[in-house]
Design a protein around this ligand. Structure first.
Ligand code: ARG
Length: 581
């Protein structure tokens, strides 16, 4: 149930009845200032304009012909050009009751009528390095989106497209073989740290030394042709990295499991046939040991036409793999929607892949493919967030720091806390705060990373919301919960309650917007507003000590429903709650 959709239908019917032409979407929005109505019609002006009728007259017709008996208490025109709508208490009470019995008591689940197969490509780290802060946004925004979509009722297919088949392995192998003259028996001793160092060194050498660069290309090709030495080293590197990342996902409460890894190497079997097919269809040409696609509209940085290289010196490149991947996701995974939570620098790349896949007939026009880019994390000086020495910050270090900082805050408030509880709480609070801060920012813009704001009890932070939750939990003792579960009535007594109830009923609306846009920050904003509205209510009104028993039950019920929404809201963001803080 979406309030705005119901009102839209009502307005539409009324316009038709009034014989007013509608050739545009009807825009209904919730009002920021409730004194002017709970909702408003926003495009009265353009509707009137097209009909060449004075807006005031159009509004009078709408008001006269709208079916308002039950849902609408009051509807009026206001300057400059709005129609304001006030919802009736009876409608709110009945709808809250329905919401309580159908959703809250049955542990919340939505099932959209338009259930789709949604592939979400996120995290997808490179296997030659350990994860760094650059992976944080893709990992947590992608994961929240997966949870939100699933909660809404879609069939979500998580894809961790790990970088496990590119030139980085040729580099590492070439370094081990040529520079270190490493024997196969020695690879047992490889560690993540060492691999990362080797990769760095190899990259440096290859920039200066053309001969070495050629060798790295040779080893990439060898690996892709299943050479035993190369394969063994490769396997070891991947295994080590997956194990390491698994620990990070677990700490961060990310739902990615090993079964969700469908990395680059997975597509290797598809590549030879795809290349043949592209050549046969005259989309690609073979030239000087390369397979190239020439597309009219693809330009290089200088604005000149350029080709997309799919295979070079025997090895398949990133684009070739992504074409196979797109084909697989559409034809085998039956995706209706594919969402890429991938760095914005890959925009051009994904555009090319999409274009080639479409021309080749590997995907249908009907699949919705969206590259959901995100801004980057900045330091206080508005520069990319790095260590003091200018290196990238490891994700595991950032997570540990969040836990340590949370621990200090908890100890300040309660130094008697037991060790086990302290550790658990520090994780819930520290990691929750780190994730929430990121999720609460508009996905597309850059943001400044600042521990003080992240771990604050004030403003739009996880601590504020988690704290509001614990406050409600301290009111809702067991006997109160039983009382409200048994009591079937629901009555509103004052305007603050009305507004809280309307806010509660807007949850579905926000959820569906967040699903549509792939933007978890909409959920953050909503649960923050709900928390702060509840806190004001809590300061102003007695809940347990109200003499009037009926009033007490209403307030307990509202508190109970809000606690459930806060909990589920944080859960679909991937953030845990605690009963006490
Ligand atoms: N592994 C890539 C990187 O680290 C990201 C992969 C994104 N997904 C994709 N289908 N290309 O930049």
């Amino acid at each position: 149930m979406k309030i705005s959709s119901i009102l839209k239908k009502k307005i539409k019917k009324s316009l038709i009845k009034s014989k007013i032409k509608i050739n545009q979407k009807i825009i209904i929005q919730k009002n920021k200032n409730d004194k002017n109505g709970h909702y408003q019609l926003n495009n009265l002006y353009s509707i009137s304009n097209i009909n060449k009728i004075d807006p005031k007259i159009v509004s009078q017709k709408i008001i006269k012909n709208i079916n308002s008996k039950y849902m609408i208490k009051k509807i009026n025109f206001s300057k400059p050009c709005f129609v304001n709508i006030f919802l009736s208490s009876l409608w709110i009470e009945t709808t809250i009751k329905k919401f309580f019995f159908n959703k809250i008591k049955k542990n919340f689940k939505y099932c959209t009528k338009k259930r789709k197969n949604v592939v979400i490509d996120y995290s997808s780290p490179n296997m030659a390095k350990s994860m760094h802060v650059g992976h944080l946004r893709s990992t947590i925004i992608g994961d929240s989106t997966a949870r939100i979509m699933e909660f809404y009722g879609h069939n979500v297919i998580r894809c961790n497209h790990i970088g496990d088949w590119g030139t980085q392995f040729g580099m590492i192998i070439a370094y081990l073989k040529i520079i270190k003259k490493e024997k196969l028996s020695n690879i047992k001793k490889l560690s993540i740290e060492r691999i990362e160092k080797i990769y760095c060194q190899a990259k440096k050498i290859s920039l200066k030394n053309k001969k070495f660069l050629k060798k790295t290309e040779k080893y990439t090709a060898k690996l892709q042709q299943n050479d035993k030495y190369c394969y063994k080293i490769w396997k070891k590197i991947i295994k080590l990295n997956i194990k390491e990342n698994k620990k990070i996902y677990k700490l961060l409460n990310i739902t990615l499991k090993n079964k969700h890894i469908i990395g680059e190497s997975f597509y290797k079997k598809m590549l030879p046939n795809i290349m043949k097919d592209l050549i046969k269809k005259k989309i690609a040409v073979e030239k000087d040991q390369k397979i190239i696609v020439l597309l009219k509209n693809i330009k290089n940085r200088q604005g000149k036409s350029m080709g997309v290289i799919l295979k070079k010196n025997g090895s398949f490149l990133y684009s070739a793999i992504d074409i196979a991947c797109m084909k697989y996701r559409y034809q085998i995974l039956k995706a209706n929607i594919i969402l890429y939570y991938v760095d914005s620098r890959q925009k051009q790349h994904l555009k090319q892949v999409y274009k080639i896949s479409k021309i080749a007939g590997y995907i249908s026009k009907k699949v919705k493919i969206k590259h959901n880019i995100f801004g980057i994390m900045l330091n206080k000086q508005n520069k990319p967030f790095q260590t003091r020495s200018g290196n990238t910050i490891k994700l595991s270090n950032l997570i540990q720091e969040s836990i340590i900082r949370a621990k200090k805050i908890i100890l300040k408030k309660n130094n008697q806390i037991k060790k086990k509880k302290l550790l658990q709480l520090s994780k819930t609070i520290g990691i929750g705060a780190l994730k929430y801060f990121d999720l609460s920012k508009n996905r597309i813009t850059n943001y400044v990373f600042n521990w003080k704001n992240i771990l604050s009890f004030e403003g739009n932070t996880s601590l504020y919301i988690q704290y509001t939750y614990t406050r409600i939990m301290s009111i809702l003792k067991k006997d109160h919960k039983n009382l409200i579960k048994l009591n079937n009535s629901f009555k509103i007594y004052n305007n603050s309650e009305t507004l809280l109830c309307i806010k509660i009923l807007q949850f579905k609306e926000i959820l569906s917007q967040s699903v549509k846009k792939g933007e978890p920050h909409l959920i953050c904003n909503y649960i923050y507003e709900l928390s702060s509205q509840y806190s004001s209510f809590y300061e102003k009104y007695n809940i347990l000590n109200t003499k009037n028993k009926k009033k007490c039950i209403t307030r307990l019920k509202i508190s109970y429903i809000i606690s459930k929404i806060l909990k589920i809201g944080l859960k679909i963001l991937g953030i845990k709650v605690t009963k006490s803080m």
